[in-house]
Design a protein around this ligand. Structure first.
Ligand code: CTP
Length: 420
């Protein structure tokens, strides 16, 4: 778990659900990492755990209701909300999400949400039908638009004995995601006042809405088999993380990846090239930059078998493939006036020449060319080396971490934006 380097103040909101007891573990993990945690509970949460438990663990008054006789502070929701670096809700119930999404402030926690300037992260847990209900889906979309970060629930057996998505994410992961947001925010804030790092000291991408494709795609052969590739998603997620740290709003269309997305970015799942294409088109109108970092399969089986293909006595099997849509080229073709389009090119020889041809063929603003014949960089590695090619320039960069390269790519995007 990442170690914070200062005493972060976390407001932990606990809602009324069976997973409420897990908030105790999250509290302990945050405390172990050096955070100062204050707890607020909804009235229903106190049916599951007593405020006394949190009071004993934090040494502080646990807020449930501004109007409680024992409440030492008459404007507690204002004071509580102004003195935290993160508001973290564990578990977040459907009711609380609905209240947050609609600005209803009828108890301590919902008033605190409205009054808070700190980033907000919610870890929902609920019955699968409640999670999938269109009303909940709408509220989640609204909250994401409002900048609320989600630690999505996972699939598993739920307290109601049904199986499906709705189980609270692992407490370790919730604490880790919270600490990531805290480090990111404090990094950005500290960079504003100090000046050591040229990259993170400002929110220089705050006006950009960045849409990225990340990872590989899986093209079904039959219900159990697919064609895919080795893309780890590391490079794409490095760009997503760097862009979020620089204040951009980031949407990642994620194919198959081996690594977890960074905190603070919106993730849309896609499996096949076709699904990735549709998700990109759905999100394109609000994007100001499109970055195609995914290794999209160029071909897919023409006919997907409905049932598992069985072995026969034949020694060979032929699968006919057809072209998938070229997402990057399609985006460039439909581009609106302000959209900057960035692609990646993996080449083994004549890297710059092939990449430039790709830039022109697909009508891109920038292409990041990688030499994949080198063993020390590329798929799965933490480092990369690339040449950044625009219509008029080509800059060959030395080997560096994917995160550093991500910032170089974003610097180039910003340079192109300023030239517009
Ligand atoms: N790309 C895409 N949709 C596809 C294929 C590729 O969006 N169906 C994007 C990738 O995300 C990447 C760039 O296009 O940004 C790669 O271009 P591509 O022509 O696919 O490169 P290669 O697969 O290396 O093609 P070639 O074999 O022609 O070099």
């Amino acid at each position: 778990m990442s170690e914070p380097n200062k005493n972060y103040r976390v407001g932990l909101g606990v809602c009324g659900g069976i997973a409420a007891y897990k908030a105790i573990e999250v509290l302990r993990l945050l405390q172990k990492a050096g955070c100062d945690v204050r707890v607020a509970m909804t009235r229903h949460a106190t049916e599951f755990i007593r405020p006394l438990t949190f009071r004993a663990l934090t040494g502080a008054y646990v807020l449930v209701d501004d109007y409680d006789e024992g409440n030492p502070d008459p404007i507690a929701h204002i004071n509580f909300s102004q003195n935290i670096d993160l508001l973290l809700i564990v578990p977040a119930t459907a009711n609380t999400l609905a209240k947050f999404a609609n600005g209803i402030a009828d108890d301590f926690l919902s008033s605190t949400y409205l009054a808070a300037n700190a980033p907000v992260m919610v870890a929902p847990a609920m019955n699968v039908s409640m999670w999938n209900h269109p009303a909940t889906r709408r509220n989640i979309e609204t909250l994401k638009d409002d900048g609320v970060r989600f630690v999505e629930p996972v699939a598993g057996e739920l307290a109601c004995k049904t199986v499906g998505t709705g189980k609270l994410e692992d407490v370790e992961n919730i604490a880790e995601q919270a600490l990531k947001v805290l480090s990111l925010e404090s990094l950005v804030l500290s960079q504003k006042s100090k000046t050591q790092d040229s990259r993170l000291r400002t929110h220089d991408l705050k006006d950009e809405n960045i849409l990225l494709t990340v990872g590989g795609t899986r093209e079904a052969i039959d219900p159990v088999r697919f064609i895919s590739n080795h893309s780890s998603g590391k490079m794409g997620f490095a760009v997503a993380e760097a862009a979020a740290a620089r204040g951009a709003r980031v949407t990642v269309v994620r194919g198959s990846t081996a690594v977890e997305p960074p905190a603070g970015v919106e993730v849309v799942e896609a499996v096949s090239a076709q699904q990735m294409f549709e998700a990109v088109i759905d999100n394109l109108v609000r994007a100001s930059v499109f970055i195609g970092a995914a290794a999209v399969a160029d071909y897919r089986p023409k006919n997907v078998a409905e049932t598992k293909i069985k072995k026969t006595n034949l020694d060979s099997l032929t699968i006919e493939l057809e072209k998938t849509p070229d997402i990057l080229a399609n985006v460039a073709e439909r581009r609106h006036e302000n959209l900057l389009v960035v692609g990646f090119a993996a080449e083994t020889n004549d890297v710059a020449a092939y990449a430039r041809a790709k830039l022109e063929r697909k009508n891109l603003d920038l292409i990041v060319a990688n030499d994949v014949s080198r063993k020390d960089i590329g798929f799965g590695a933490d480092d990369n080396a690339a040449t950044l090619i625009t219509r008029t320039t080509a800059v060959e960069l030395p080997r560096m971490s994917k995160r550093e390269l991500a910032d170089k790519i974003l610097d180039e995007v910003l340079r192109l934006r300023r030239q517009q």
